[in-house]
Design a protein around this ligand. Sequence first.
Ligand code: ADP
Ligand code: MG
Length: 216
Amino acid sequence: MTLAVAATNDWLRRFAQSVVDNEQLLTDLDAAIGDADHGSNLRRGTLAVVEQLETEPASTIGGALRAAGMTLISTVGGASGVLYGTFLLRMATSVADRATATAPEVIAALRAGLEGVRTRGHAELGDKTMVDVLAPAIDALDAAVASGASLADAASTAAIAAQAARDATTGLVARRGRASYLGDRSVGHVDPGAASTALLFAALAGALAETTAVDA
Ligand code: ADP
Ligand code: MG
């Protein structure tokens, strides 16, 4: 099975919906170790993405991801807008003008996105950022596909891995972003960007499960 343009749009829409549903939670997490704007930042950005998908539908996966990335960068003031935007722009460059992407192509695109976030934000694994969810979730997707799972099943495995990785950020000391100002006092809280990244993988799993249901 592959990722199609419709499923890509559905992924972005589902992410926006779950950001809206979890806005307060994301803001509360950011209130504890940041400046209490992660929920409102991502709500503004993802709703702008959805509006744009409706007014200017893209005909390729790369087109949809590129437009979404640019919209996030221009509408979100915080660090997360640039980082999520960079993630989607790098994914877009990787999948380019395909109307469908195979599982290896999706994995390569996600890895390119992760590399973009790392380059842009200089965060390594263990620094208590979105990287701590992106990396293990992509690894889980890759491993599941390598062991023969469909893309949809692999995405749901990745979503579960993302939740565990989100929870594991609680024990980490923040070394990047605003939370790093707190030093050791950042321990004991889930990283807000890790929490929203877990929503991103849940949205991907939801969009791909829906595609499978329609195919069947
Ligand atoms: P801001 O920190 O500018 O207020 P947000 O509150 O929207 O932006 O997003 C904060 C999240 O962004 C953090 O929880 C973290 O996951 C992520 N983040 C911040 N800085 C970096 C970085 N340098 N590299 C990776 N992720 C980062
Ligand atoms: Mg913030």
